[in-house]
Ligand binder design. Structure first.
Ligand code: SAM
Length: 182
């Protein structure tokens, strides 16, 4: 009985931490615990022609699944930036113990608005439209010419990215949108 009560308390605590974690990121009060599934991550890598020459910035990498697949199956290098401490810890575990790609994937527990984007040649993005709008001035200032941006689920609001961004491909089935910075 004592064991059962402890177990229930532990589960309740876990649920509370999970809920707090979902509300945590200051930049996206609505940021849910949605993750990119492996087949979507593979398709992202194919569309962006990811290779060992690629440096991916995953803005809000969550549990890091997409960049782990990019590293383990496509040999890509990545920087995963995640603000939420629990998701960051989950990503750290996935990178170092589940996929063992620590030599190719670096993680930053940080607000991506405070990271310079100019080194990236591919951006992975799975963010709500409001975040895509808020990111526009930063992308327009820092994204390298020729770099690719692949957005999952939400298309980029092009009116906020005048002239510099061009839509290259849409995969309607998987809700993937590929863009190029000029
Ligand atoms: C919809 S989830 C996508 C997670 C991951 N990219 C994936 O596809 O599995 C969005 C993620 O962005 C993170 N995020 C939101 N705003 C952020 C910010 N300003 N800096 C860093 N991470 C942020 C959230 O914590 C959340 O993990």
């Amino acid at each position: 009985m004592f064991f059962l009560i402890n177990l229930i308390l532990l589960l309740a605590l876990f649920c509370i931490i999970l809920i707090i974690s979902m509300l945590w990121p200051p930049d996206s009060p609505w940021a849910p615990w949605w993750t990119t599934k492996p087949h979507i991550a593979r398709r992202m890598c194919q569309m962006a022609k990811v290779s060992d020459k690629t440096l991916i910035y995953d803005l809000g990498c969550g549990t890091g699944n997409a960049i782990c697949i990019a590293a383990s199956e496509f040999n890509a290098h990545s920087l995963g930036i995640e603000i939420d401490p629990i998701r960051f810890f989950n990503a750290w575990f996935n990178v170092n113990f589940r996929y063992r790609v620590g030599n190719k994937v670096k993680l930053l527990r940080k607000n991506f608005f405070k990271v310079n984007f100019s080194d990236a040649n591919v951006f992975f993005i799975y963010l709500i439209p409001n975040a895509l709008i808020r990111l526009a001035p930063k992308f327009l200032k820092e994204a390298r010419s020729g770099s690719l941006l692949i957005s999952y689920t939400y298309p980029i609001p092009m009116e906020y990215y005048p002239k510099r961004l061009k839509l290259m491909e849409i995969d309607h089935k998987n809700r993937l949108y590929l863009y190029k910075f000029s």
